[in-house]
Design a protein around this ligand. Structure first.
Ligand code: TRP
Length: 476
């Protein structure tokens, strides 16, 4: 089956569009705020560099060499070709689960674009009340915007890789970067910028614990779009001559850079007006709108730019969450793209309705179990269990199942012998233990107190091995 190919720039924008999303601008600042800033940011950066970058190359490689939907790619690349690894491809389903709440949150953002031009809240109390009202009472409003998000996302995926996904990213990504750059320039000139800088980059180690470290690893996967075949599916449409290492580096760099810029900017605004950094998920929906109100006229403009940018970031990610299942249904069952997109789309749309109901007063109790409501369960299960599991499967598949010569051939021009040996080592011996430790912890099988020592020991051992390989000229 012939798949349309991205241009090189088109792929970079689409992959960065997938990576840069609500995770960067909404989630990263609030989890950094909750976990005390600096030390957390450092652990996150280290994870992105060591684990994220390694897995990104592996995931791209599977798509690039497989040239099929996720299930087909695993099937094709398993050496005995018996399809034993086919199950791994079903990780694409995680995307639909993520979309059930992702689409609801994009809906909140649409609502806040409207609030910006109608009436920003004038005090924290009022902001809390109106966000609370939206989530717990206003089912109709949420349903309306969730439906709008579903229609936009699905109709772009219907148009396919070239005239849907690539085109959207060609337009929205440069606009997003311009918006953020403009807002960032404004923030740099405010007094509180240095305080925000200190909050983000000066580590206070007393504030970090094992739980924060696990959160950092989970978030590294989420923000880079790893572990559920988004990147894999896009990579099946890569142009033939592409340097996977360089491309990964650019995507990881853009994603990380934008998260840091968004964090610095948000904290500057918040500190400038004396708001709290540790407000949780409500940070951009409660504290920020009040700050924008206090800024006066320029605040309205900034607010509009911010929520429009956030919507762009969310939508370009959302299409990448839907595409893997759509491609799978097309390849396997020969459905037309439009049918496949609406089939997969209605899944997340309908479950998404239950997700939004789970936050309401009326239906919340019925949709809660084991101390969490449905919304929080799916968020937790996907980000903390399914994505690391997907990443682990990909690392094991490329690291131990695919023949080394085949992988080396795929990365021939992208890496020197030495670079390749280091990456391969990280893929085999650093990524899997780290992910297994994180997952065991998530499932409650090891205590938080043990994580830190286990990480340190695991990294020391693998570090020593890696160093040994490196200086021995990496013949492996
Ligand atoms: N990375 C996006 C964000 O930061 C979300 C996302 C898109 C994603 N595709 C993904 C997360 C695949 C995990 C896996 O908001």
């Amino acid at each position: 089956m012939k798949i349309a190919r991205f241009t090189q720039l088109g792929f970079i924008l689409a992959a960065a569009g997938s990576a840069v999303g609500l995770g960067n601008i909404w989630k990263f600042p609030y989890i950094a705020g909750e976990n005390g800033g600096g030390a957390f940011v450092l652990v996150y950066l280290l994870t992105v560099l060591v684990i994220g970058f390694t897995v990104m190359i592996a995931e791209m490689l599977i798509g690039y060499m497989g040239r099929l939907d996720a299930v087909g790619a695993f099937e094709k690349l398993a050496p005995d070709n018996k399809g034993k690894w086919k199950f791994a491809g079903f990780m694409g389903f995680t995307g639909l689960l993520i979309l059930t709440f992702y689409s609801v949150v994009i809906g909140w953002i649409f609502h806040y674009i409207v609030i910006t031009v109608t009436s920003l809240p004038t005090s924290v109390k009022e902001a809390e009340a109106s966000f609370g009202q939206l989530l717990t009472v206003d089912i109709g409003t949420q349903l309306f915007y969730h439906t709008l998000a579903f229609l936009i996302i699905t109709s772009i995926v219907v148009r396919g890789i070239k005239s849907g996904i690539e085109k959207m990213n060609y337009i929205l990504m440069p606009m997003l970067i311009l918006i953020l750059a403009g807002m960032f320039l404004y923030a740099v000139n405010l007094d509180a910028f240095s305080k925000a800088w200190e909050f983000m980059f000066v580590p206070d180690w007393s504030k970090i614990d094992s739980e924060a470290m696990v959160t950092a690893v989970g978030h590294a996967f989420f923000t880079l779009s790893l572990g559920m075949a988004s990147i894999l599916t896009y990579s099946a449409s890569l142009p033939k001559e592409i340097n996977l290492k360089k491309t990964s580096l650019i995507v990881v760099g853009l994603d990380t850079g934008i998260a840091l810029v968004a964090g610095l900017m948000l904290f500057t605004f918040l500190f400038e007006y004396g708001a709290e950094p540790s407000k949780g998920p409500g940070l951009v929906f409660i504290s920020l709108p009040v700050v924008f109100y206090e800024m006066g006229g320029v605040g309205t403009l900034l607010s509009l730019l911010f929520f429009v940018g956030l919507a762009f970031a969310g939508l370009t990610s959302a299409v990448s969450l839907l595409e893997p299942m759509v491609q799978y249904v097309i390849d396997r069952f020969g459905l037309s793209r439009i049918r496949a997109a609406f089939l997969a789309g209605s899944f997340f749309y309908i479950i998404g309705i239950f997700m939004l109901l789970a936050n309401t007063d009326e239906f919340g109790a019925a949709l809660s179990f084991g101390g969490k409501n449905l919304f929080d369960w799916i968020d937790f299960l996907t980000a903390s269990v399914m994505l690391p599991l997907g990443g682990l499967l990909m690392a094991l598949f490329v690291g131990f199942v695919m023949p080394r010569t085949q992988i080396r051939a795929g990365l021939k021009d992208a890496m020197s012998e030495r670079g390749f040996a280091l990456w391969y080592l990280s893929l085999r011996y650093i990524v899997p233990p780290a992910l297994i430790i994180v997952m065991l912890n998530m499932l409650g099988m090891i205590s938080f107190d043990l994580i830190m020592p286990m990480f340190i020991v695991a990294y020391m051992i693998t570090g020593i091995i890696a160093y040994g390989h490196h200086i021995s000229g990496a013949k492996n």
